[in-house]
Design a protein around this ligand. Structure first.
Ligand code: NAP
Length: 320
């Protein structure tokens, strides 16, 4: 992002619902008496909330978010409720997303305990905290749940930032909540406004996060590196970035449309698309050779392993 853009954003003022593609006439589906709340108001909370507003699943007035500082206040659609009070979020929202960094979870829960907040079956708690498993989460939340027979549904998710534009992918795990449970179904629907949702066994959650949560960062790095390559060959940087952006979009669309169309067939493999670009003795296969020589496959496998390992470590720290 250029300096100019940063300044414009800082001065931009409240985001209008219309700027987020929200149609005035769209029917809202999260019941009007219900609210979706976010404890933590940063990038991921905004991505989930933006997808809800964009599709009209709820209106801005049904969204409440809290954070210690006001640094994100004007990034949120108006007239949503932005506050500095986690207690209000818990008391007012039916669906409560935990969207702070994992290291602030204990502090946030302690604040709720100090205020004698009670959680019961009228709420669903949806955690997006990297590394924190359901068992640890349930243990940490237990001081807020006096009646285990009337406990909130606790759901763990791993979203990604592309949810903001409806192109996200979210992993979702839970502990044997019945498939027809209203809170589970609505949580899934909320997340589907931002893209696709994969319900996965919890043991795969950290690996899922390593590709779906962190993966966009790897692709941006690829884009940046390719832009460097293009600049080295004399292409201006801004043009190289435009090419890279369109390239990722186009390659994503091709993979999405063409591979899904071949679903379950032996050809449903990205190598089929790669092979279709590489003509015998051509320039693309020369480039592929250079990438393979540099160990690009191993680098990606290692990156996913490293991210998964780091999530495991964060989770282990949270258990201490
Ligand atoms: N970013 C991703 O791509 C991604 C992907 C998957 C999962 N996640 C998970 O999503 C969560 C949020 O990540 P993020 O990237 O959105 O982080 P972020 O942009 O740094 O936002 C974190 C928010 O939490 C707030 N916060 C800190 N302490 C709090 C407290 N005690 N009570 C209430 N709010 C508090 C921060 O407040 P201030 O604004 O005052 O600092 C900030 O608004 C993390 O747990 C992360 O593991 C992120």
């Amino acid at each position: 992002m250029s300096k100019g853009q940063e300044t414009n954003e800082a001065n931009a003022g409240p985001v209008k619902a219309s700027e987020m593609g929200m149609e005035d006439s769209i029917e809202h589906h999260v019941p009007m008496w219900s609210k979706v709340g976010f404890i933590g108001a940063g990038n991921m909370a905004q991505a989930v909330a933006t997808s809800l507003i964009r599709t009209g699943l709820c209106i801005p007035a049904q969204i409440i978010a809290s954070a210690p500082s006001a640094r994100y206040k004007f990034h949120w659609p108006q007239p949503m409720d932005f506050c500095h009070d986690n207690v209000r979020v818990v008391n007012e929202a039916e669906y409560i997303f935990l969207a702070m960094k994992p290291q602030y979870l204990d502090q946030a829960i302690q604040g709720l305990v100090n205020d004698k907040v009670v959680l019961n079956g009228s709420k669903a708690i949806v955690s997006m905290l990297v590394g924190i498993d359901l068992q640890t989460l349930k243990k940490k939340l237990s001081p807020l749940i006096p009646d285990s027979n009337n406990a909130p549904e606790i759901i763990r998710i791993m979203p990604n930032v592309a949810m903001k534009y409806g192109k996200g992918v979210t992993g979702l795990s839970h502990d044997n909540i019945k498939p027809d449970n209203e809170h589970l179904m609505m949580t899934q629907k909320i997340l589907e406004q931002g893209g696709i949702v994969e319900v996965i066994p919890e043991k795969l959650m950290n690996a899922f996060g390593a590709i779906a949560g962190s993966g966009a960062a790897y692709l941006f790095l690829v884009m940046d590196a390719m832009a460097d390559g293009a600049v080295k060959q004399g292409i201006p940087r801004d043009m190289a970035l435009r090419i890279g952006t369109q390239l990722l979009k186009g390659a994503g669309q091709l993979a999405h449309k063409d591979l899904i169309r071949l679903d379950h067939a032996a050809q449903a493999h990205p190598a089929v698309l790669k092979d279709s670009i590489c003509s015998p003795g051509g320039s693309s296969i020369a480039g592929i050779h250079a990438l393979e020589k540099a160990g690009v496959r191993c680098a990606f496998i290692d990156a996913i392993e490293a991210a998964k390992k780091r999530s495991d470590e964060i989770g282990a720290l949270a258990k201490e």
